[in-house]
Every structure is written in structure tokens, then in C-alpha cells.
Design a protein around this ligand. Structure first.
Ligand code: BV8
Ligand code: ZN
Length: 261
């Protein structure tokens, strides 16, 4: 048995036996759909890093520039479809024993039909009033590509609208954080396609491990989490998750009983 086959069998066995499975995803799960990752080859937009543009300060400084970046990303994402990794996760989420937490704002998990999804960093398809006017504080959906005007305006107060995402330096939604932390109380914690450097999301695996969960990582490259998880599987999520799913679909291979001595 190859190392990969071994690792897949071990993780599949753990998932099969689990009464609670939690999956955390990052940009890598959408890479096969064509969505640029943050730190991958196409991670830079013009010469900017995400951390330069996805901040309240950048928006205050130049809302048009920040919106041009979000409009570009929306255009990219609008042309993408969920891939087999999204489909397997969506199907697994049909079981009450599965919790799915994502850092992705592309909503491809939503389009794949994922149930009970916790979107830690919001959605690029939702907007809210940048001035947080009373009626504009509640986010609204707007998936027009391109937005009719740039920057878009709050329909309530006419002020600037902003993307419904969590920017660096901004707190995550308390409800989302609570749901994500609750999900770390699980038997198996699977981290898929994330570079594990952005917090508090990157802390969830550690919390799950501390609460006794079996932890596994699926990533094309090693990350800071690779040396900490119980099993690190290197490969594309769009291949590894279907392979895991296949193994889960197969009847359990009875472990040969030792011959009576
Ligand atoms: C906050 C929305 C406090 C916006 C995003 C502790 C230590 C150090 C720093 C901090 C800390 N705590 C807080 C911080 C600061 C900061 C942070 O973590 N900075 C990092 C850069 C060091 N965190 C924050 O600012 C957070 N807020 O702390 O607030 C606070 C509290 C109270 C009051 C006031 C303030 C907010 C963090 C959220 C920021 N928003 N997104 C937008 O998208 O525009 S983060 C954004 O970047 C994504 O959502 C995601 O989280 C992150 C990117 O990471 P990944 O998704 O992992 O993507 P990446 O490209 O990095 O990696 C892709 C991986 O996939 C790679 O490993 C690659 O190998 C792999 N891959 C590629 N292809 C495949 C694959 N794997 C499998 N299959 C494939 N096919
Ligand atoms: Zn408003």
C-alpha cells in the first residue's frame, strides 16, 4: 500500500467511526474551480497583497481601488463552478454529524448546496453600508457583475457600500466564531486547502486537537499545520476528497482476526 493509500485508509476509517466530523476550508478548495488563492501563483492583484487591500484603512484611503479589486474577484468567481471537493463536502454536510466552516468568501460551498455552512469571513456577494446607517447595517445580497456603479452605494442612506466580508483587523462575527469554536468539539477535524496563517481560523485545528480530536490536513503543499496534525495528505482537494469519499462508500474491510494461537 502506498503512503497515500495508507493515509487515505486511516483518515477514512476515522471519519467512518466519528460521531462528529468538522471540516475547515480555505482558498485551496476553490483553486480547482479557477478561483485565485491568496498566497498562490495568482495571489497578487496588480502588485497588492490581500492584507494591503482587505483592510478598513485601505477602504478609507481609496474605496474605489478596493472595490475594483472586489469587482475583479467577483468577476473571476462568477465564471467558476463548484468542483468535486465542494460536491463531496456538500454531500457530507447532509449528515447532522458534519460541520463545515470556511474562510472562503466565494460562496462556492453555498452553490454546491452545503448545509449549515459557517462563513467565518463573510461573503463577497453580500454588501453592507460602510457608514453602518440604521437600515444599511443589515447585509444585502448583490451579485450583479460588474456592480452597476463603482463604488456601489447604500440604497438606504446613499453612502458608500462595502463588501460583506471581514477585513484584517476587524473582528469576526461573534455568532460565527461561537459556531466554529463549538465545532472544534469533534472526533475528526479535517483542514482542507488552507495555508493556516490567518487567525483566528488557523487556531481552530489546535483547539480541536486540544479537545482530543483526530486531526488531518489536505493540502498541495506543507503548511504550519502539517507537522501538528495526525495525518497530513499532500494533494489536490478535488482529488483527495473524492478518494476519501470512495473509501467511505466501500464496505468496511474486516480486519483479519488473528488465528487462535
Ligand atoms: C482580527 C476576507 C481582531 C476578506 C479574510 C494571531 C497571530 C498573528 C496574526 C493575528 C493573530 N490574530 C489576529 C491576527 C491578525 C490577522 C491575521 O491573522 N493576520 C495574518 C496575515 C498573520 N487576523 C485578523 O485581522 C482577523 N481579525 O484578528 O480581529 C479584533 C478583535 C476585536 C476587535 C477588533 C479586532 C481577521 C482575519 C480575516 C481577514 N479576512 N478574508 C477577503 O477575502 O477579501 S482572510 C483571507 O485570507 C481568507 O478568507 C483566508 O482566511 C486567508 C487566506 O488563507 P487561505 O484561505 O488559506 O488561502 P491561501 O492562499 O493563503 O492558501 C491556500 C492554500 O491552499 C495553500 O496552502 C495552498 O498550498 C493550498 N492549495 C492550493 N491549491 C490547492 C490547495 N490545497 C488543496 N487542493 C488544491 N487544489
Ligand atoms: Zn447606509
Amino acid at each position: 500500500m502506498t503512503i497515500l493509500a495508507d493515509a487515505l485508509s486511516i483518515v477514512a476509517e476515522r471519519i467512518r467511526r466519528a460521531s462528529r466530523l468538522t471540516i475547515l476550508t480555505g482558498a485551496g478548495v476553490s483553486a480547482a474551480s479557477g478561483v485565485p488563492t491568496f498566497r498562490g501563483a495568482h495571489g497578487l492583484w496588480r502588485q497588492f497583497r490581500a492584507e494591503d487591500l482587505a483592510t478598513p484603512a485601505a477602504f478609507a484611503r481609496d474605496p474605489r481601488l478596493v472595490w475594483e479589486w472586489y469587482a475583479w474577484r467577483r468577476e473571476q468567481i462568477a465564471a467558476c463552478q463548484p468542483n468535486p471537493a465542494h460536491d463531496v463536502i456538500a454531500r457530507w454536510s447532509g449528515s447532522d454529524k458534519v460541520a463545515v466552516v470556511t474562510q472562503n468568501v466565494d460562496d462556492l460551498h453555498v452553490r454546491a448546496g452545503t448545509r449549515g455552512l459557517v462563513r467565518l469571513h463573510g461573503s463577497i456577494w453580500e454588501l453592507l453600508c460602510a457608514d453602518r446607517c440604521a437600515s444599511g447595517a443589515a447585509r444585502w445580497r448583490d451579485d450583479r457583475v460588474p456592480p452597476p456603479e463603482l463604488p456601489p452605494r447604500c440604497p438606504h442612506c446613499g453612502g458608500l457600500a462595502r463588501p460583506g466580508v471581514v477585513w484584517f483587523g476587524e473582528p469576526l462575527g461573534a455568532h460565527d466564531v461561537e459556531a466554529a469554536v463549538q465545532a472544534t468539539a469533534c472526533d475528526v477535524f479535517l483542514t482542507v486547502g488552507t495555508s493556516a496563517v490567518v487567525y483566528p481560523a488557523a487556531g481552530l485545528m489546535h483547539q480541536a486537537k486540544a479537545s482530543g480530536a483526530f486531526t488531518a490536513e489536505i493540502n498541495q503543499e506543507p503548511t504550519p499545520a502539517s507537522a501538528i496534525v495526525d495525518v497530513a495528505i499532500q494533494g489536490g482537494a478535488e482529488h483527495i476528497l473524492p478518494a476519501l469519499d470512495d473509501r467511505l462508500g466501500q464496505p468496511r474491510v474486516p480486519t483479519p482476526k488473528p488465528y487462535p494461537s
